[in-house]
Write a protein that binds this ligand. Sequence first.
Ligand code: URA
Length: 434
Amino acid sequence: MQRIVLKSETDWEGWRQAARALVLTGVEPDALTWAVGGKTAPLPDATGSFHVPRALVSLASQAIQARDAERFGLLYSLVWRVNAGEKLLEDNSDPDLSLARRMALTVRADAHRMRTNMRFLAVPEDGGTRFLGWFEPAHFVLQANAQLIVRRFPDLTLSIVTPDGAAHWDGTSLLFGSGLRHAEDDEALQAWWERHRDTLLEQATEDVSVPEAEAVDEAPRSPDLPALGSVVLHATPDRAVLRSAREASACRRCPLYEPATQVVFGEGPADASVMFVGEQPGDQEDVIGRPFVGPAGQMMDRAMEEAGIDRRTVYVTNAVKHFKFTPRGKRRIHQTPEVPEIQACRFWLDVERTHVRPRFLVAMGGSAARSLLGRAVTIGRERGRPIQMPDGQTVFVTVHPSFLLRVPDEAAKAREYAAFVRDLKAIRALMTAD
Ligand code: URA
């Protein structure tokens, strides 16, 4: 029995080279065992080449990421049989081919889950920000999919941490190193990162043998996601809020969960005296998993700063927690949520209000005002005056920051922006009174 040792669980290049040399030197699948890690023996010298159909290469590159010890041998046997002239790929009843296809299918599903469900935690680092993502994959999908994720966020510094290992991207190189077996919550992940950061980064290395993930089944998204350098950092999330955010990620109260990437829950201190409520996450919020980080969020941050409000001291959320859009080519175009969607999601806004108990609520735009007040609101008419809620909280209505982005005329835009800042200043005065 010949033992073939691969460098890692996703040593695609190592497996390819071994399979080539073994087929060319006539080593039967039954004469082999495959292992990962440890001392490698030299492969037999082989000259010549043979053709492997593209579909089989693609299948093997996915199935090799399955968490199944038999996969290396199984895939080698498929290559061996195809080389022997079997019309294997046309035989849908072949049990080995079916098994490999099932492996590839579960890998693709896991990869999709990773690329769409990961939520990043912003942690301060060297005067900038590192985005820390945590994911527990069912299969060995980190290596291949880290490439796709960093391609989506080329300007960010980020680390994707899993129990199998971690991927680190600093804007120029993608390195792989040790992971974390279990992250109880964001706090534990951040503490682990801060304790081991230097060693983890020092020991991380490039991995040139990973299978290339295929960028299939991605929801269309805008091609111009900006760097997140301006994203405001928040205090470590409150446990109760986090628990509710986790529960909300399984929400099926309305159909919006289906096309959206993920639920975007509110964030901010659990003892904030003011809660800012927007409409729904936008394209970038949907991808990143945090409210108001895109253009509307940047507009809001600027106005808050000018009004003397530190965003880190307020709770920011939305009336609707999933992004509603219509795909148009590669872009996803925002759609205003319907009343039933706002009503369905009011449940989660109430959960947040119960956790945070703010004294003041700021409804930014019509959807937020409808959610909080339970009726249609004309912003111009009700703007800026306190509206009492039955539970004692006070609502202030103002415009949505994306309205400011849409005002076409520069002079009008400046006027509207100044009025928004005025509203925020009034809220700040209340925050600091008594
Ligand atoms: N618009 C919103 O209403 N909320 C966000 O989080 C982003 C844009």
